[in-house]
Ligand binder design. Structure first.
Ligand SMILES: C[S@@+](CC[C@H](N)C(=O)[O-])C[C@H]1O[C@@H](n2cnc3c(N)ncnc32)[C@H](O)[C@@H]1O
Length: 404
């Protein structure tokens, strides 16, 4: 009987000498999506009315968090924020806008030194205690940490409207990012509790290429789009991995029924459909780098979440291409530095900057100003569309924890 060692799972990207991970195209795309969606999701919940759930508390969970930083040559600082830092910032922005909302952030990483690095980073985060989320980093595997997080969420009923006639409906919304290197860390059994959790929404970064990097006759059959030959030739170890990921042997039926012109997308969708309690189940390809084929799997209970996530994914798929409508975070950061060098010590409005003819729309310029604020080049007042440029930069200690 074949073992798992025959199975090549998606390799982690190579670490740079500094121990950081150089970002690949699909990592950049994922980061662009999550940069936008953490914040959009928090705002959807904070603004929700007429629903039978509590909007006072929300939970952001980054189940495979990393250290909070990615090295990249495209950004003037040589690095961009990782997903837990993005979530932290989204929480701060939400609390600035909706002072009465509590945001809880949980980040999990099995690697002790990575988890410690993230903790050190988040401890340096700027902002007042009122603005920051209530956060915690678990130095543990997702498998061991998620029951504890669910327990924490169950215990989070301590606010005043937790009794009375609406008590039974009192539960909190949560957004879970599941972003492992490969599928071996996400057996179906570990994700099933999330579909039973009222109000949970889940994003899984599924390494389908790694899952199907199967060799020999089965690999050839897959490349040829021949599911029958694939099933006849797949090794027991590979089949077992698919069983664990799907939660059962149903992947065989899914494969037999897959659209042969796009087997990978069909399989990604059928994986999403293994979580049927989520009414809205969508998959979005990440632009491939090397041999990796990844899909963002989005599982939601409400249509508005599905539509907003779709809009973001569709837009981010084009980022850094000629067809892009939005600027990437690197492009915004480069322009932010250029504007700061020209306007430091002064105040400018978005319309004034637009009149300069920068080749960017007003919305894009507002995005550049927000990026300038995140980079410590000034303060942006979104209500008044006004940017006050600092004379001296104050770099964000989250990105440079050794400076503080
Ligand atoms: C792809 S990286 C996450 C990157 C992060 N989401 C971001 O984009 O900034 C995956 C992380 O999961 C961690 N990891 C691997 N296996 C894990 C497990 N079983 N439970 C929790 N974390 C795990 C790794 O140490 C690594 O830091």
């Amino acid at each position: 009987m074949g073992g798992f060692n025959q199975f090549e799972l998606g390799d982690p990207p190579a670490a740079t000498p500094a121990g950081l991970l150089e970002t690949h195209v699909q990592t950049q795309q994922k980061l662009e999506v999550m940069l936008r969606y953490w914040e959009v999701w928090c705002l959807i919940i904070a603004q929700a009315t007429g629903h039978a759930f509590c909007v006072k508390c929300m939970w952001l969970v980054d189940g495979f968090a990393g250290a909070g930083l990615h090295a990249t040559n495209g950004h003037p600082d040589g690095a961009v924020a990782g997903t837990p830092v993005q979530a932290f910032r989204a929480a701060v922005n939400t609390r600035r806008r909706y002072g009465s909302v509590d945001v809880h952030l949980r980040a999990v990483d099995v690697d002790k030194s990575i988890a410690q690095e993230l903790e050190r980073r988040l401890m340096k985060a700027p902002g007042t205690a009122d603005e920051k989320p209530q956060w915690r980093v678990y130095r543990d595997s997702f498998h061991r940490a998620y029951p504890k997080i669910l327990e924490e969420m169950r215990a989070d009923i301590g606010h005043s409207h937790s009794s009375g006639p609406t008590y039974r409906l009192h539960n909190h919304r949560s957004l879970w990012l599941i972003d492992p290197f490969g599928v071996k860390d996400i057996p179906h059994a570990d994700l099933e509790p999330l579909q039973n959790l009222p109000g949970a929404e889940v994003i899984i970064n599924l390494d389908l290429g790694g899952l199907l990097r199967i060799k020999g006759a089965a690999g050839k059959a897959l490349a040829d789009g021949d599911p029958d030959a694939f099933q006849a030739n797949i090794k027991a170890g590979n089949a077992k991995r698919l069983d664990l990921t799907w939660g059962a042997y149903y992947w065989r039926d899914d494969l037999a029924k897959a659209d042969r012109s796009d087997i990978l997308r069909s399989l990604a969708q059928s994986y999403a459909d293994t979580f049927p309690r989520f009414e809205f189940r969508s998959v979005y390809p990440l632009r491939g780098s090397r041999s990796q084929k990844r899909y963002l799997v989005h599982l939601a209970h409400v249509e508005v979440a599905m539509m907003r996530f779709k809009g973001i994914c569709d837009g981010c798929f084009l980022i850094d291409t000629l067809f892009a409508r939005d600027l990437s975070q690197n492009q915004r950061a480069v322009r932010a530095v250029q504007l700061w060098e020209r306007f430091k010590g002064t105040t400018t409005t978005v319309p004034e900057l637009y009149e300069l003819g920068m080749g960017a729309s007003r919305t894009q310029i507002a995005g550049i100003c927000r990026s300038a604020q995140a980079g410590g080049y000034g303060d942006f007042d979104g209500q008044r569309s006004t940017m006050t440029w600092r004379r001296e930069r104050e770099p964000d200690p989250v990105m440079f924890p050794d400076l503080g």
